[in-house]
Design a protein around this ligand. Structure first.
Ligand SMILES: Nc1ncnc2c1ncn2[C@@H]1O[C@H](COP(=O)(O)OP(=O)(O)O)[C@@H](O)[C@H]1O
Ligand SMILES: [Mg+2]
Length: 368
């Protein structure tokens, strides 16, 4: 059992600089939790408080039911991997991985056994006698992970461990870390600014912005039911389209009037929007919920909009089409079989309204 609990945790630096405000989090045994958010939102500070590298200004952190606020890092039984993992250049891979255990006076046979196990898991067996300078970036990163694995800690903490790797290696290491977690099942807190990493790695993701936790949930919940406009725009690529609209009654139903076009809400969403009639709201729709009529299927509760094509980006497996109407730009993610060109005018775009979102224009909270 290795549960981590954060209760009303805040960090205030000298000069009243708030870095983290009133964070409440429950990280269950064996769970892989990702803290994700833009730079400066308080992710590293949160992780460093769990590690014991920063003092906790307010609140309580416990690991396995024991409050650790006043425990030094070495007594917390955690292992941390940073973005800038410094390996000892004069030591071999084996010595680098063994170093922490030697410091803790583990018997040499036990050290050897653990280093071999870690090298096996990480595919480093052939490299044990090499020095770091004779390794690729990905291999070095694996050694850094190996140093944590040999400790057999209660909790792994990762702070943007893949940010220094090139894109292809990052995707590969992402998959490897998922496999390692499936095998070792150690409770893990992983920090990243990359929403794709968060979506693909987390059992649970914690979206942070501006020192505050915005939403906690599994990746699909956070993607499908963002609680506010920030989360809706942060998760997903290209980001959700946001368009200002007037909510109006029409023929017993509810429409969103965008000025140059109108969209009709399906009946269940219309009921949720009804209290907003007469007000302005922000309408949100993801690029993948827009369709070319050729891809339209009858199950989509569609609304057709006429728009002009500004830019088309072909990515092979999909295409991004940047449209404009008289007043609004928006981007659609189309199937690559859709034939569409820069400069095309008066194209029909189907809005799948049952997957649409509506946000209060002031509070930015999601109405649906
Ligand atoms: N030692 C420090 N002294 C003062 N402010 C700090 C210190 N460390 C971080 N901060 C501030 O706290 C906020 C959160 O930082 P951080 O946790 O590093 O964000 P993230 O990891 O999400 O990019 C930032 O505004 C940052 O400038
Ligand atoms: Mg950081």
């Amino acid at each position: 059992m290795s549960e981590v609990l954060l209760k009303n945790v805040s960090k205030i630096y000298e000069g009243n600089v708030v870095a983290v405000q009133d964070v409440n989090l429950e990280i269950k045994d064996k769970e892989f939790v990702v803290l994700v958010g833009p730079s400066g939102c308080g992710k590293s500070t949160t992780l460093r408080m769990v590690a014991g590298l920063e003092e906790i200004t307010e609140g309580e952190i416990s690991i396995d039911g024991t409050i650790v606020n006043n425990k030094p890092p070495k007594d917390r039984d955690i292992a941390m991997v940073f973005q800038n993992y410094a390996l000892y250049p004069h030591m071999t891979v084996e010595e680098n991985m063994a170093f922490g255990l030697k410091l803790r006076n583990y018997p040499p046979e036990e050290i050897k056994k653990r280093v071999n196990e870690a090298a096996e898991i990480l595919g480093l067996k052939e490299y044990l006698q090499r020095k770091p300078k004779a390794l690729s970036g990905g291999q070095r990163q694996r050694v850094a992970v190996g140093r944590s694995i040999v400790r057999k800690p209660k909790v792994f903490l990762f702070d943007e461990p893949l940010s220094n790797l090139d894109a292809k290696l990052r995707v590969q290491m992402r998959a490897e870390l998922i496999k390692i977690h499936a095998r070792l099942k150690v409770t893990t807190i992983y920090v990243t600014h990359d929403q794709t990493e968060a979506m693909t790695m987390g059992d649970k993701i914690v979206v942070m912005n501006n020192k505050l936790v915005q939403q906690v949930g599994n990746p699909i919940e956070v993607y499908r039911r963002p609680v506010n406009k920030f989360v809706a725009g942060f998760i997903g690529s290209p980001p959700m389209n946001f368009l200002e609209c007037d909510v109006k009654e029409a023929g017993g139903g509810v429409i969103l009037d965008l000025g140059d076009f109108q969209l009709k809400l399906p009946s269940d969403l219309a009921e949720k929007a009804r209290p907003e009639i007469g007000k302005k709201c922000t309408f949100g729709v993801r690029p993948e919920d827009l369709y070319d009529p050729s891809m339209y299927n009858a199950q989509i509760d569609g609304n057709k909009v006429i728009a002009n094509v500004e830019i088309v980006e072909h990515l092979g497996s999909e295409e991004f089409v940047y449209f404009t109407t008289a007043n609004h730009p928006f981007v659609a993610k189309y199937d690559p079989s859709v034939i569409i060109h820069i400069g095309d005018t008066n194209k029909e775009v189907v809005f799948d309204m049952k997957n649409s979102h509506l946000f209060d224009i002031e509070t930015e909270m999601a109405l649906f």
